[in-house]
Design a protein around this ligand. Structure first.
Ligand SMILES: *Cc1c(COP(=O)(O)O)cnc(C)c1O
Length: 448
């Protein structure tokens, strides 16, 4: 399998090169040259296939011959060695048989958010690809919260790789901060006295700086990397393994940079039976507005309670358009998406007050504890199902509510019990190096 750049369909790289580079030299996102259909036998045996075999068979064509089968098998097994339960969300006055909404819980991994899957897969692929490098590899990444912890945990203690994470001081939740500052060893956290945008700008400058790139073998663990994007298909298949109902599900995905939902749409395009996808956004409504008006207008991100979705220019949306053979409108013009896109995908925007109501309602009416991102996804699904009676579906619960306890606890009026992994974190000592939001400071650190 080869990958082309969305900015230039004529240059190809294999999976290894796409993983190491992250982004094409022309700044385009990599996209697979073809979408392998799911073999009929695999769909027939879906419910009985062991999860590891299923995941292996899905990702195999995308990896091609860049990884030996035995290594890929090990990597896949290590990537998904935790649970992905599909849990019914049942109003207390209803019977379980009438359940219309389920929650696909993606927070049972080491850092309690779905990004563990992509980060674990990518870190292991990269470790394999650079195993014979004589120079150590530096993975440089900016995080608004969840990416940092997942990447740190994924790369922890991997020989030959050092990880440098930039995060905005005071702008990530306390659990998120502990996850990325307490590991030590080959992981360094740089606490930037600025915003996420500052962190991202500094990282971009480092990648564009010849001095730094001559001195170091620099790579990124950005969410647009194909090795993070593609394995996110796995849990859509795991959900369908657990789906007992006759008609295919409607799937609601809390969306920010649109990588997660794009992986679901890719799985659907290769044959996974899904009725409809909903991109559930917060106030940052660039995509919902585009689907309504044909006018694609990126804008600075607005901070919300579901902060992992505070994205003002969702990078992966162009991949979704590519799946439907469409393109963004030219600047200043409008272009309505084709009907087949509307049939498969709708997008809605949920406000912070609605998110708070959704968390409270799920807690009191269904005894289900949701995090702010899952609550956005659930409300979007409820609204869709109200307009489409007879359909059923699930939302992706993308993070454990404890990661956002500062938001959730005041709404539900009680403490959230700490999972063991968080309880041990709280005893650890935060280690970070403070940095002013200037590129020279990062450069000095990297070259020191
Ligand atoms: C990153 C993240 C999202 C958004 O996922 P995208 O792939 O960027 O759309 C949603 N919820 C949580 C908890 C996240 O960490």
């Amino acid at each position: 399998m080869n990958y082309y750049s969305l900015n230039n369909p004529d240059t190809f790289v294999d999976f290894k090169e796409a993983t190491i580079r992250g982004q094409a030299p022309d700044k385009g996102l990599y996209f697979p040259e073809r979408i392998p259909p799911i073999p009929a036998g695999l769909l027939r045996d879906l419910k009985t296939l062991p999860r590891e075999d299923l995941a292996f068979r899905i990702i195999r064509p995308y990896v091609g011959n860049t990884l030996p089968e035995s290594d890929l098998h090990r990597i896949v097994a290590e990537t998904i060695n935790f649970d992905f339960p599909l849990v019914p969300v049942i109003p207390s006055n209803a019977s379980p048989a009438d359940t219309t909404i389920f929650s696909l819980e993606l927070f049972h991994g080491p850092t309690l958010a779905f990004k563990d899957v992509g980060a674990r897969f990518m870190s292991r692929c990269l470790a394999y690809f650079v195993r014979n490098n004589t120079r150590p590899v530096t993975v440089l990444v900016a995080t608004s919260g969840d990416t940092g912890g997942a990447v740190a945990s994924g790369f922890y203690d991997i020989p030959g790789i050092r990880v440098v994470i930039l995060y905005p001081s005071g702008k990530v939740s306390s659990v998120q901060e502990l996850q990325l500052t307490t590991l030590g060893k080959n992981i360094t956290a740089l606490e930037v006295d600025g915003s996420f945008d500052d962190c991202q700008r500094m990282v971009k400058e480092a990648f564009a700086d010849p001095t730094v790139n001559n001195a170091l073998f620099l790579t990124s663990a950005n969410s647009i990397n194909v090795a993070r994007w593609l394995p996110q298909q796995f849990y859509y298949f795991f959900a369908l393994q657990q789906w007992q109902l006759e008609t295919p599900p409607v799937i609601s995905v809390p969306s920010g940079n649109f990588g997660n939902i794009c992986a679901g749409l890719l799985a659907h395009r290769s044959g996974l039976p899904v009725r409809h996808f909903i991109a559930a956004c917060n106030t940052n409504d660039i995509v919902p507005a585009y689907l309504r008006t044909g006018d694609y207008r990126p804008k600075p991100a607005v901070p919300t309670l579901s902060n992992a979705m505070d994205v003002g220019n969702p990078s992966n949306f162009v991949r979704i358009l590519e799946l439907f053979h469409q393109q963004l409108p030219d600047p200043g013009k409008t272009r309505f998406p084709f009907p087949d896109l509307h049939e498969t995908l709708s997008a809605v925007s949920i406000s912070d007050p609605e998110t708070i109501d959704s968390i409270g309602d799920l807690d009191t009416r269904c005894h289900y504890l949701a995090d702010p991102h899952g609550a956005v996804g659930c409300l979007a699904l409820q609204r869709y199902l109200n307009q489409h009676p007879g359909e059923k579906g699930f939302f992706l619960e993308t993070a454990h509510p404890v990661k956002f306890y500062d938001t959730v606890e005041p709404i539900i009026g009680r403490k959230i019990p700490l999972p063991a992994s968080v309880a041990t974190l709280l005893d650890k000592k935060k280690r970070s190096q403070k940095l002013a939001p200037q590129y020279d400071e990062l450069k000095d650190y990297l070259l020191s």
